[in-house]
Write a protein that binds this ligand. Sequence first.
Ligand SMILES: O=P(O)(O)OC[C@H]1O[C@H](OP(=O)(O)O)[C@H](O)[C@@H]1O
Ligand SMILES: O=c1cc[nH]c(=O)[nH]1
Length: 506
Amino acid sequence: MQLKVQPIDIKVGKYKVILNTIDAKEIGVNEGDRVRIRDHETLTAIVDFTEDMISPGMIGLYHEVKEALNKEWTETVEIFPAEKPKSTYIIRKTMDGQKLSKEEIDILVKDIVEENLAEIEIAAFLTATYINDMTDDETEWLTRAMIDSGDTLDFETHPIMDKHSIGGVPGNKISLLIVPIVAANGLLIPKTSSRAITGAGGTADLMEILAPVEFDAAEIKRMTEEVGGVLVWGGATNIAPADDKLIKVEYPLSIDPHCQMLASIMAKKGAIGADHVVMDIPTGPGTKIKNVQEGRKLARDLINLGDRLGMDVDCALTYGASPVGRTIGPALEVIEALKVLESFEGPNSLIEKSASLAGMLLEMGNVAGKDQGYDLAIETLKNGKALAKFKEIIKIQGGNPDVTHKDISVGEFTEDIIAPNNGYILEMDNKRLVQIARLAGAPNDKGAGLLLHKKHGEPLKEGETMMTIYAEKKSKLENAVKSAKERTPFIVEGMMLERIQSFKEI
Ligand SMILES: O=P(O)(O)OC[C@H]1O[C@H](OP(=O)(O)O)[C@H](O)[C@@H]1O
Ligand SMILES: O=c1cc[nH]c(=O)[nH]1
């Protein structure tokens, strides 16, 4: 069918077109089907429908298709129904619990990278692997396919160190301390991070407050060689490019399937050529890993996958039942991390955890003797070398190296959440804390988040502030406060949890 072009200058990240419902029926396609557009080039695009935005006889070309075809308003294109990509059948196999071959995984990753799959198809794949985990072989093939589909770094100097957290514990700003500690001790650490996946602020969301985080592979290599380390967003590079496309679909689902998490993390490590990696596995109720047994199993899986890929991986099972430090959300977390770097002032949970993991890397990289890494990490924080290195990292990434914690602005709208009675905090619900922070606007509103005045095990008096909610918009603050009051993230000794009423006649 010949249709006239109506350019729509909106980027949707995929080849997509919109048809009028009448034309779509005539061509014989449904929403989500593909059409082939024949022109000087031939390309396949996903179809959306509309009754009124596009008139019959027209075809709306979103930015990406318009760029590829370079057609102007009312020029014509010829379109035909097209087959779904082979990957959709491969996803179906995963949904049926069948195993995939290496070749099938390669095809799937290629289609993800080339934007040939609709979000709903990627969501189906992720949900299927969440239910039916992949085998070790499949996970290795997935990881290798993710590495091979993008750029890789090849450093002349070794060892290359790296650190990654599986996430799942709120407030986990430790990479902002670990990277400068390791780099300040002469090791190379080109750290790529994701944005938030299940949380309210990923390391890339935090670092972005201090400096740009979007760089290509060559720039990452150059900056690392110059100052020893970087903290950049993996999604902006062409390093393991499938990763961010999968994470974007995971985020609204708040899921991180085991095999996908292994591949996502290890592909990023493999692509930058890491020799030694420390993995942070936050463990405990309300995290991705419920108990130590599960944590040990994941650690073995990560070590085993590292072995298959030629990487030396050590894992740290870390306490995750309550947040790291006292802040959740990008700006608040950056302030807390900067305070530790500037004056060694801050919560034990943040300092201990950062120094422990940095210490492991210092030992693995042979700049600290056995069991000496932790002390060297603490020393590097105390003597200001970590702060000096962090300033170099901020500067080389294009940020202001003179920034201090006082320069970071937080949301102007705040409200305190008050203790309902005297007692001790028996539990903190990580997932609720993240939900509330997200309602307040984190991670996209950088100034939104939570400041925890009280934590697990601490005594409380009725009327004391347990936490302050920060937001950049009043409506978001109100929403977050309402949610926090309806279902509290704190369990205080002796408090009534919930009132459940009998059915009453109206
Ligand atoms: O949102 P959730 O799932 O909690 O965690 C995701 C975070 O965990 C990892 O942190 P890092 O890069 O090792 O600092 C990821 O890169 C990301 O920043
Ligand atoms: O980078 C990360 C971290 C946790 N989970 C993932 O899938 N990727």
